[in-house]
Design a protein. Sequence first.
Length: 239
Amino acid sequence: MNWPGPEVCIEFEPMQTSDKALSLAQIIDHTLLRADASASEVQKLCEEAKHFGFYSVCVQPSFVSLAQSVLGSSAVEICAIKICTVVGFPLGVNETQVKSFEAKVAVDEGADELDMVLNIGALKSEKAELVYADIAAVVDAAQGRPVKVILETCLLTEAEKVAACHLAEKAGAQFVKTSTGFAAEGAKLEDIRLMHQCVGGRLGVKASGGIRTRAQALEMIQAGATRLGTSHGIAIVGE
């Protein structure tokens, strides 16, 4: 498939932004994970990320190479936007070796960060060793790149959320994350507070799912979120 090349640019008006808006943008993963997202939409997402100064773009695995072609290597000083993609998304029930292979391919194609979905059924079945091994395999395949473990908090009890946080930390993940955005509910303040309490600043906490306004974003940060995943980043920094 021929992706639109980086020479096809999206033109933006000169940006007027406050230091506070820029600071907020720098912890946002500018996200497009819809099943019907097109290549042109992904390219626009990347151009928006460069324009507004978002920390990363978060795209489906099949679009990592396109994002790489638009954004270039994250090691290039003039283009510091990271490329984030998802693993085992959105259900988390893939076999561990499949998740590991998916992570390896994503890294090979230019992904800088991986957001993997926890094996929720294994956690609920009290198969802690399986959950741990699942995360650890993706961490290993990531080759030092940050791995965020998506808990899908709306499907878990409080005890299960705590257990998931501890297993993610033990397996070497760098973040715990609330939601895929594809379940019944997204990020909640009480979950952010609980996750922050569990990881104690040793891991980051990513709030994702249903964050649409600046007020919501600031509440999540106040509760302990260190990264935000949203498809409404432009509206949030523009308010």
